[in-house]
Design a protein around this ligand. Structure first.
Ligand SMILES: [Zn+2]
Length: 185
């Protein structure tokens, strides 16, 4: 074989390899840094081979291949940077999401606590406000002895009242809200 044939065979195999690597790069764009590193090393080896080839016979084809390798290197560099940027972005978004979720949980707890506290001050039927809450003791005689009995009385705007935990007078509001509406409003 003449030197020319050897040279062109070498160039052809390099061209094929470059296209193979470029195809692989396209396929592995979303894979790990290790893959990118491997491709970078491969490109570096190819570049050395091309430099050798150019030294032995200066050729336009070798120059265009060299340009192609540079392009590929640039793309890999950009990809690698994009990947870092995306990872940082994803990480910061994850942090933001975690903090927001935590805030939402705290807020939900506070709201449910407030609702619990508030429910005691609202008519369970219509949600009207508490107007009076009284406590008083009553002395009763029971089997010849005096006993103090404590009473609790709550009255709401709508007329509803509770005496010792039991309904004492009805809710006169026509609002149609009920206890569950207050609980889950
Ligand atoms: Zn009521």
């Amino acid at each position: 074989m003449s030197n020319d044939v050897i040279f062109w065979t070498q160039i052809a195999s390099i061209v094929a390899f470059v296209f193979l690597v470029f195809g692989l790069y396209r396929l592995l764009v979303d894979q790990k840094d290790a893959t990118i590193q491997f491709l970078k090393e491969t490109v570096s080896i190819l570049k050395d081979q091309l430099v050798d080839a150019r030294r032995s016979t200066p050729d336009v084809l070798a120059q265009s291949l060299s340009g192609r390798v540079k392009l590929l290197e640039g793309e890999l560099e950009r990809l690698s940077q994009d990947k870092d940027a995306n990872q940082e972005l994803v990480h910061s978004k994850e942090e933001e999401l975690r903090a927001t979720r935590q805030k939402a949980e705290e807020l939900t707890k506070q709201v449910s606590l407030a609702r619990e506290l508030l429910s005691d001050f609202l008519c369970p039927h219509c949600g009207s406000a508490l107007t009076a809450r009284e406590f008083h003791s009553e002395s009763v005689e029971y089997q010849g002895r005096e006993l103090d009995v404590d009473h609790e009385y709550s009255e709401y705007e709508c007329g509803y009242s509770i005496l010792d935990g039991k309904p004492h007078s009805p809710c006169n509001s026509g609002k149609g809200r009920n206890a569950s509406a207050i609980k889950y409003a």
